[in-house]
Design a protein around this ligand. Structure first.
Ligand SMILES: Nc1ncnc2c1ncn2[C@@H]1O[C@H](COP(=O)(O)OP(=O)(O)O)[C@@H](O)[C@H]1O
Ligand SMILES: [Mg+2]
Length: 428
């Protein structure tokens, strides 16, 4: 790769990251690929034909699709929305697909590269054995033959097809064979550092940069489980507050108070975190020794192990992450992080329902390490509104205990915890 080309890729990645924050490595790969094809520098004979963007909703798949074509210097992107092509062109869906591919071939000849984006690919290409609809089944067939056909029909240039989906599991397996969607790119829920970048981008693009004194680190730390789309909702809620109060700038407090009314989608999905070894951040060596023992006990014979971490924050975060890391090292199991403050809700019954959903997920995920941060937010005995939540929580603790579920449950609390709940939690 010439240095000039490398620079161009880096530059383009930066420009894209001003609109949608995706990891450097991922963007470099895609941008490098497209730029090299466009400039006729691609070395291999056959550049990848199909690329699959997959990951939970709200992680920027659609936004990246929209941004990519523009930023690598292609004309207007050719975009198909899965659900639209099924409903809007009903009866003409297949011919519409063929038209789009023809258009792309013409473009490819002129510009060396044309990209077809198929958003929500699963809606038109789900497994033929699962869909009852004859139309969907025909569409998969049509799409496959169009993609295969590109091979022979194109004499000059390249057509790449990018599909996006939240549900890669329901895609027709034929789509994922070599020569079809064989380059897969995963979109993870953002990490704390990524959330910091995303909130900045969104503030600059949606709030016109009119904000002051925002502590981005704190916002990022306080938004566990938020996707990019949740961050957008957070900013929108705050903007509303700004308008109501007749101000023309947003503050840190606007974001912090809006946080209570935005429910992170990761609670609907799984909020899986990557545990890190944070031993060197823990000063008390007795605690450190204890951690390896707990981890050791759990990975040698996983059984229900509920632990209360009542140290002041952020120590419990470090402890939980380290234990999960040690367990993960031996027993490849998920680490679920949930902040119980997200369960606080004004709606009657809503808290109980969220708690139930969480434990359903835990049961499904086991063996796993779960960290419920600030469990006092749903188990504070002094708060009358929490009676239902406490009962719900107890019921699940009892169930996990009775079934000896393979769950290492870590809970942090800075305030009081209901005494019955406490019976089920061992202090570290
Ligand atoms: N990684 C990200 N960087 C910046 N903004 C994001 C990101 N992910 C999501 N968003 C915000 O959320 C909105 C919805 O995301 P979208 O691209 O539709 O998600 P998906 O297609 O993965 O479901 C975007 O328009 C953007 O404002
Ligand atoms: Mg989308």
């Amino acid at each position: 790769m010439s240095n000039e080309f490398k620079e161009c890729v880096k530059e383009t990645v930066k420009v894209i990251q001003q609109e949608v924050y995706i990891k450097d490595e991922v963007l470099q790969k895609i941008v490098g690929l497209f730029l090299s094809i466009k400039e006729g520098r691609f070395l291999g004979k056959k550049p990848p034909r199909g690329i699959l963007f997959y990951g939970p909703p709200g992680t920027g798949k659609t936004l990246l699709m929209k941004t990519l074509a523009k930023k690598v210097g292609l004309s207007e992107p050719i975009m198909i929305r899965g659900p639209e092509i099924i409903s809007q062109y009903y009866g003409k869906s297949e011919s519409r697909l063929r038209q789009i591919f023809t258009l792309a071939k013409e473009r490819a000849e002129e510009e060396n590269l044309a990209i077809i984006f198929i958003d929500e690919l699963d809606s038109l290409a789900s497994r033929r054995d699962l869909t009852k609809g004859e139309l969907e089944s025909r569409l998969v067939g049509q799409l496959l033959s169009l993609m295969d056909g590109l091979e022979k029909e194109i004499t000059k240039g390249h057509v790449a097809v990018i599909g996006s989906t939240n549900r890669p599991d329901v895609l027709d397996p034929a789509l994922r064979r070599p020569g079809r969607f064989d380059l897969e790119i995963e979109f993870d829920p953002p990490s704390v550092d990524e959330r910091k970048e995303i909130i900045k981008i969104i503030l600059n693009n949606y709030a016109n940069g009119r904000y002051s004194n925002i502590n981005f680190d704190e916002i990022a730390e306080q938004t566990i489980g938020f996707t990019g789309a949740d961050m957008l909702q957070l900013v929108n809620e705050s903007l509303l507050q700004v308008v109501i109060e007749g101000r023309d700038y947003m503050t840190h407090n606007d974001l912090m108070s809006a946080k209570n009314s935005v429910k992170p989608s990761a609670l609907r999905e799984f909020n899986l975190a990557k545990p890190k070894d944070r031993t060197n951040e823990i000063e008390n060596k007795d605690i450190v020794n204890n951690l390896s023992q707990i981890a050791n006990e759990f990975y040698t014979s996983p059984y229900f192990k509920p632990i209360l971490l009542s140290q002041p924050l952020p120590l419990p975060d470090k402890i939980a992450s380290t234990i999960a890391y040690l367990v993960n090292d031996r027993l490849n199991c998920p680490y679920l992080v949930v902040s119980a403050t997200c369960f606080r809700s004004r709606w009657f019954g809503e808290m109980e329902r969220s708690i139930r959903l969480l434990f359903e997920k835990i049961k499904y995920l086991q063996p796993c390490v779960v960290y419920i941060k600030n469990i006092d937010a749903i188990a504070d005995p002094a708060d009358e509104h929490l009676r239902g939540a406490i009962l719900e929580l107890l019921e699940h603790l009892i169930e996990l205990n009775d079934n000896n579920a393979k769950v290492l449950l870590l809970c942090s609390a800075t305030g009081g915890v209901d005494s019955q709940v406490k019976i089920y939690l061992r202090e570290l």
